[in-house]
Unconditional design. Structure first.
Length: 306
């Protein structure tokens, strides 16, 4: 359950949480076309509140808007400011931001070119997405019976809301089966990503992750981890990964704004490595948290002060 905050930014103004409503004929509610983002703000050890990689998230929001032909009425700068204003209006020292660009009500039917394109930013408090224990000890995953969309079926590089029916179905299947998260293969059988996370495999000290031509979202945490890994002297290989390579990996972990850096200790009832969080995952996770909320100031370009 999301804890209510005071204000939501809607089409240019801050409105009360209870007034941030839409009509039932909102086009995106029926057909799922529109863009959204998930962004985190953290309080660092020096007390300052910083949004992590705000520029990149807003760029991806606008890329999704472009891919889905939803032209927002606001500029990137205005949406960035809206994110900051929403955190400030709710006195939040940390939290999750959800900008959303959607097709409002007006005409119904698939083609509704004149419906308004609406923009909102919602903020709420969100702890560890898969739980604190998941961050510490890792999670159990299942390869989903649902494949990730083929690149020509949907828009893998768009964070488009309708695309997430695929994720919700896979997540439910995994949870109902007693697992923590689903890992999705693409239609050719190669490892794609989690339901809301990118995936990394460590084998013999090298980090592997699916390349960007595969049906994955271009994760901003994925980019963060690849950058950190290279700084730590770890080779990063963007390539196709098979299910067996996953099962035989030394370490596997997921990355995402919500999931942060979550180790995987088991896939399809096979322990990953020794079934405990491995040294490279630990190192990268520690560095990640030090950058987003600790005292590592090596990447000021990733932080926007609130
Ligand atoms: C399907 C999917 N893959 C990967 C990610 C990770 O992306 P990011 O690290 O930018 O949050 C997300 C989350 O946004 C996602 O929904």
């Amino acid at each position: 359950m999301v804890d209510k905050v005071q204000k939501v930014w809607m089409d240019g103004e801050l409105v009360n949480w209870d007034d941030a409503n839409v009509h039932l004929l909102t086009h995106s509610l029926h057909y799922g076309v529109g863009a959204f983002e998930g962004i985190r703000a953290y309080q660092r050890t020096n007390g300052s509140v910083e949004v992590f990689r705000l520029n990149e998230h807003v760029d991806r929001l606008f890329d999704t808007a472009k891919l889905t032909l939803c032209q927002p009425k606001f500029t990137r700068e205005q949406v960035k400011q809206a994110c900051i204003d929403t955190l400030r209006a709710n006195n939040m020292s940390e939290g999750y931001l959800r900008p959303i660009i959607f097709i409002g009500d007006g005409a119904m039917g698939i083609y509704a070119p004149n419906n308004p394109i609406r923009t909102a930013v919602i903020a709420w408090k969100w702890g560890a997405y898969l739980g604190d224990e998941a961050l510490k000890s890792g999670i159990r995953c299942k390869i989903s019976s649902f494949a990730r969309h083929h690149i020509n079926v949907s828009l893998a590089k768009a964070k488009m809301m309708g695309q997430y029916t695929n994720s919700v179905l896979a997540k439910r299947e995994a949870k109902f089966g007693g697992y923590d998260e689903a890992i999705m293969l693409d239609v050719n059988g190669f490892v794609s990503e989690g339901t809301g996370e990118n995936i990394f495999v460590v084998k013999k000290g090298v980090l592997h992750t699916p390349d960007l031509s595969s049906s994955i979202l271009e994760g901003i945490t994925r980019d963060t981890i690849m950058t950190i890994a290279r700084e730590e002297g770890i080779t990063v290989n963007e390539c196709r990964i098979t299910r067996e390579q996953l099962w035989l990996a030394d370490e596997v972990f997921l990355t995402g704004t919500a999931a942060e850096v979550t180790p995987i200790r088991e896939v399809d009832n096979r322990a990953i490595g020794d079934g405990v969080v491995g040294p490279i995952t630990k190192r990268l996770q520690a560095r990640f948290f030090d950058i987003v909320k600790g005292s590592d100031s090596s990447h000021p370009e990733w932080l926007t002060k609130v």
